[in-house]
Design a protein around this ligand. Sequence first.
Ligand code: KIV
Ligand code: NA
Length: 271
Amino acid sequence: ATGRTTPLELQYRKGGTPIVCLTAYTYPIAKLLDPHVDLLLVGDSVAMVLYGHENTLGATLDMMIAHGQAVMRGAKDACVVVDMPAGSYEHSVETAVRAARRLIEETGCSAVKLEGGVDVAPQISAIVRAGIPVMGHIGLQPQSVEKEGGYKIKGKTDEDVAALIRDAEAVEKAGAFSVVIEGTIERVAADITARIGIPTIGIGASVACDGQILVIDDAIGLTVDRVPKFVKEYAKLRDMVSDAAASYAGDVRSHRFPESAHVFGLKAKGA
Ligand code: KIV
Ligand code: NA
């Protein structure tokens, strides 16, 4: 295949080779991840991961646009999806379409993602009708943390399972090209994956999902606050960063840095 992966190409991969997704918020990380992933999500988790907000409610449309632009500069092959932040779509279909248009037009990304099922089906339909591909997000919905009084795993009761299935089916029927399933009982995510016709992307969900996603800082061990149970750390960047800072501090304080290679003499090349 040539050119950037499209949402439709990913939709057709239902049941095939799992779809590889990670979040990205910056140019260098997007450039490093692009050769390895199918999809990069500019998640509203940026508010927590990069800005230190307590939850994702700190994300703004301007923040999502700035980071969407940075990621688009670094990624040339991955399908880039940008999260719609809290407050930009729940209140009306009109504001939702307007916000989705801004994200697409100002970043050049391929699709938007928003949280919710039955409750946001009208927004998903309207955005899709406006020609913008949408990724759904059901199960644990971080933008609802204050309403829910914390991060609660979904699908523990029959009633909750039925609601999850209704949400998954509503998102599919509204025209989403795929759906993130976050923080559910494993079997429920597997059952939904078997039940709907669009790819499910799991996070704290199930290996049976059609793809997986992790927050990049979690995956590379750079997260400095609590790391959720569903995270697998593929590197320990925290330790590398603090070791590097300690070495640098030692070198500066003992006059071991800069060395001759790092300073300009009259005859030095590039002086
Ligand atoms: O904002 C985010 O990082 C997300 C993923 C975890 C799915 O929505
Ligand atoms: Na998000």
